[in-house]
Design a protein around this ligand. Structure first.
Ligand code: GLC
Length: 574
């Protein structure tokens, strides 16, 4: 693998609506991001991906863009964006925009013009398709529920929307459209953004002609999930190579793809030395336990499944490229609530998960709040939910016969809103996120009286989850993340952590997640006790140094280490 400027960095995702509000509107804004740059710097963050902040009706919270060249006034102005970019530069930090180009908003000028002239130039920017026997062209179900086809008013045409009907798909077969997108990408790159995160990018190539791809229904509604078509849509590489050559390459930009449904064979093509993208997210663990039927049919994730998924990616990708690792993002529930078995959620188990992410090979992305151990929130009614996909899943679960209460439990387990509640800065009202009324409820655990998870199984002390309190506490989850980011940048170890070979250790042990990182300078052994009970581990050699340890004690007797529940250690071996 060729070395790249970003390999040793630490990245952070901001969901601007929930990060920091500087106006009292109840919605976060770009000035709030600028205000917190020093905080992010103190955490060791270099690269910041900002979820969409362009003009948008916010039907899918900004993933429905109505003007690619303009910041939505709710988030600020273009001037605020230029200031953010230049303040970030002063601190050697890089800003990534979210590039949402599988679709735009139905309120985008292109779509409005297409509706006004359904056979004209702009209709060709979308998929306006003739009805087949009076029906939609095929039986694809949109990712957010219901048919992926919507009638074009006053015609016998349908337009395609793989996501919400307010998110019409753009037609990437159309050269003019592609030129418009490259022009826009270069416009942002010329203004100093360091690159992009590419939203839903595997969907841009469709299986055509549409009517030839009616699939076996996967639910009683007679439809099939839209992602099924990705296997049949050949030739995405030609488009992505063109995009790379026209935009990223000339700017030496960083690009990270939201890639689902790829094959292992595609990895070098996507993120190899001359790949389409710099990196791609590893989502293998986020789809564990999932079912085509919907949330009501999901299975909880076990520690062994989590480990196996992470290890599988490490093996498959190996030295072919650099993946980006996550524990969560704005589309997932909080990782600590999901991957730590119920009842085991403590500061210590949160640190365990952090060690596992940071010590694997890959560019670590911290999602806002992950670094302070933010947890899922309890919503008391479906009326408190904002997210469109959650509203659909709730409906599907109710239709499958679940009670209101049982369906709400699924919401509290899987909803994207779990990750979208406001960032918890301190213990003042609304966690210091806003002086107004927050657009989504704040998790009550930002204050001592609302906090629930203890320090560890043997230390029942309960601490509030917020930045200010955790800044003061040397043992906090936040300060633990700081240790991990500084270790990644410590020149004694960075080469091993960034490039060292990944070799699983004692993989046959249940509830145990351990591996070597073998580098030129040293061999590190990462040991993680993925359960509450103690365990004894026979060390495979002599320990030169304990590099990190989530617990105070490190007791080795006759070469056997006794590990506490959820203890994680990083050892330098002789
Ligand atoms: C991606 C985004 C998600 C959005 C969807 C449609 O998966 O991460 O938030 O809803 O694409 O743009």
């Amino acid at each position: 693998m060729q070395k790249k400027w970003w390999h040793g960095k630490v990245a952070y995702q901001i969901y601007p609506k929930s990060f920091k509000d500087t106006t009292g509107s109840g919605i976060g804004d770009l000035n709030g991001v600028t205000e917190k740059l020093d905080y992010l710097k103190s955490l060791g963050v270099d690269i910041i991906w900002i979820s969409p902040c362009y003009v948008s009706p916010l039907a899918d919270e900004g993933y429905d863009i109505a003007d690619y060249y303009k910041i939505d006034p709710r988030f600020g102005t273009n001037g605020d964006m230029w200031r953010l970019i230049s303040e970030a530069k002063k601190r050697d930090m890089y800003i990534l925009m979210d590039l949402v180009v599988n679709h735009c908003s139905d309120e985008h000028e292109w779509f409005q013009k297409a509706l006004a002239d359904p056979y004209g130039k702009y209709a060709g920017y979308f998929y306006f398709e003739k009805a087949v026997d009076g029906h939609a062209p095929n039986n694809w179900r949109s990712y957010f529920g219901g048919s992926a086809w919507e009638k074009v008013p006053g015609t016998d045409l349908y337009y395609l929307h793989l996501f919400h009907k307010k998110q019409p798909d753009l037609n990437w077969e159309n050269r003019e459209l592609r030129e418009e997108i490259y022009k826009m990408m270069n416009w942002w790159l010329d203004r100093g953004v360091a690159g992009f995160r590419l939203d839903a990018i595997m969907n841009i190539k469709k299986a055509l002609p549409f009517e030839a791809y009616n699939y076996e229904p996967d639910r009683d509604d007679g439809m099939c999930r839209a992602s099924r078509m990705i296997q049949d849509a050949k030739g995405i590489g030609d488009i992505l190579a063109e995009m790379r050559d026209r935009t990223f390459k000339p700017h030496n930009a960083f690009s990270v793809g939201e890639i689902f449904n790829n094959t292992n064979e595609q990895i070098p093509e996507f993120i190899g030395d001359n790949g389409y993208f710099s990196s791609m997210f590893d989502f293998r663990e986020t789809i564990l336990g999932a079912s085509d039927k919907g949330w009501y049919d999901f299975e909880p994730v076990t520690p062994d499944e989590y480990r196996d998924a992470c290890f599988m990616t490490q093996r498959v990708v190996d030295d072919q490229g650099m993946v980006s690792t996550i524990i969560e993002n704005h589309d997932e529930p909080r990782g600590v609530s999901r991957y730590i078995p119920e009842g085991d959620l403590t500061d210590r188990s949160k640190k365990f998960l952090a060690v596992m992410q940071f010590m694997q090979k890959g560019l670590p992305f911290i999602y806002q709040g992950q670094e302070i151990g933010m947890e899922n929130v309890v919503l008391h009614s479906i009326d408190e939910v904002d997210d469109i996909s959650t509203i659909d899943e709730f409906k599907v679960a109710r239709e499958a016969g679940l009670s209101d209460e049982a369906a709400l439990k699924l919401v509290n387990t899987y909803s994207r809103d779990n990750a979208r509640t406001p960032m918890q800065w301190d213990d003042s009202e609304h966690a210091g996120f806003t002086t107004g009324t927050p657009w989504l409820p704040v998790n009550p655990n930002y204050r001592q009286e609302g906090a629930t998870s203890p320090v560890s199984a043997d230390d029942p002390e309960i601490k509030p989850v917020n930045v200010a309190a955790e800044n003061r506490d040397p043992d906090s989850v936040l300060n633990w993340y700081r240790k991990l980011t500084s270790l990644r940048k410590n020149s004694d170890y960075s080469d091993t952590i960034v490039y060292g070979e990944f070799i699983p250790f004692m993989e046959d042990q249940s509830n145990f997640m351990s591996f070597y990182r073998k580098g030129k300078a040293q061999t590190l052994l990462v040991l993680g006790n993925y359960r509450n009970e103690r365990r004894e581990v026979k060390l495979p050699g002599e320990v030169r140094q304990v590099v990190l340890n989530t617990c105070e004690d490190f007791s080795v007797k006759d070469g056997v280490l006794t590990m506490d529940g959820y203890q994680a250690v990083v050892l330098e071996m002789r």
